[in-house]
Design a protein around this ligand. Structure first.
Ligand code: NAP
Length: 290
């Protein structure tokens, strides 16, 4: 194997340690810990697992975690009222509604009700708009995690050709804005892209977030490229990414594994966003009271 394997677990542990120090400082200054409210509707086992990890790791760094588990039969109106209530709760700095929501709920309407100041998933139109304009704001966790991994891998982003496979509001689109903001030349690919292999072969930085097991093969990768695999696919062979790991690792310069690559970074960035939201809210409150 030629490529260096980028250790997402180790980078995520460093981020969490830094967040823990920031949380301690915040508590000393403001007399309370940052608070993260999680909302889960229904009993999807994968979502329960994700929420469990988010809560456990929040508490490990000193963030106060408050969970709202709602039955799948909760009405859309009740869910919206809960989100509104969390928006006005002074002890809550971050609101995370676990997606996808069960049928019968309008995901866009729920996201639109999240107070942008507490939008630690970075999914509201306000957060997306600020990012698109290159202005400061809360950035979706997975793309932020990808940028941290690129930095940890020593990637030269400025001037690089970057290709992203996937254009979701959760990963591909915000990541394109982050990479453009870091001065890369970005191509965003999707299911209608012609000649995907030829486009990807130009990329110095290749990020794959398609949800299609082993979509990217060695022939599609430029020798020496940095490859970040966001894909998380449960298959008969266990958890696999969107990149055909072993053959691609023969060609790439650096590569993330699945699991142990992007996954741990997503939660670490959620904690970092919660601290950032707490700091921004506290400083806005201080300015308002002057
Ligand atoms: P999504 O909303 O389903 O979007 C998938 C994107 O990939 C779409 O833009 C789609 O194109 C494109 N695509 C799918 N198949 C393709 C193909 N064969 N060729 C080219 N483009 C293709 O998915 P998502 O929410 O962004 O998630 C993507 C993957 O990342 C999933 O496996 C998900 O589980 C994983 N994920 C992991 C983390 C983590 O923390 N590790 C976080 C978020 C997501 P169209 O737009 O044309 O349909």
């Amino acid at each position: 194997m030629g490529a260096r394997v980028i250790d997402g677990k180790a980078v995520a542990a460093e981020v969490r340690a830094e967040v823990a120090r920031g949380v301690e400082e915040f508590g000393a200054e403001h007399g309370r810990p940052p608070g993260l409210a999680t909302v889960l509707v229904g009993e999807d086992p994968a979502s329960q697992l994700y929420i469990g990890s988010k809560r456990r790791l929040s508490e490990e760094v000193g963030i106060r975690s408050v969970h709202h588990g709602l039955g799948a039969d909760v009405s859309p109106q009740e869910l919206l009222e809960l989100v509104d209530g969390l928006g006005t709760d002074e002890a809550v700095d971050g609101i995370l509604v676990q997606l996808p929501l069960p049928d019968g709920h309008d995901q866009d309407a729920v996201i639109a009700r999240i107070d942008p100041a507490k939008d630690v998933d970075g999914l509201t139109a306000t957060s997306a708009g600020l990012l698109a304009q290159g202005r400061p704001g809360l950035v979706p966790c997975t793309p932020r995690g990808v940028m941290e991994l690129l930095r940890a891998a020593g990637a030269r982003i400025e001037g690089a050709e970057a290709a992203i496979v996937g254009r979701s509001i959760l990963v591909g689109r915000p990541l394109a804005n982050l990479l453009v903001g870091a001065d890369a030349t970005v191509t965003m690919c999707h299911s209608r892209t012609h000649e995907l292999a030829a486009v990807l072969r130009r990329a110095d930085i290749l990020v794959v977030a398609a949800g299609s097991p082993r979509l990217v093969t060695a022939e599609m990768v430029k020798p020496g490229a940095i490859v970040i695999d966001v894909g998380t696919n449960r298959t008969g062979d266990g958890l696999v990414g969107d990149v055909d790991f072993e053959p691609v690792a023969e060609v790439a310069g650096a590569i993330t594994p699945v699991p142990g690559g992007v996954g741990p970074m997503t939660i670490a960035m959620l904690l970092s966003n919660t601290l950032a939201a707490a700091r921004a809210r506290a400083s806005a409150l201080q300015s308002a009271s002057k």
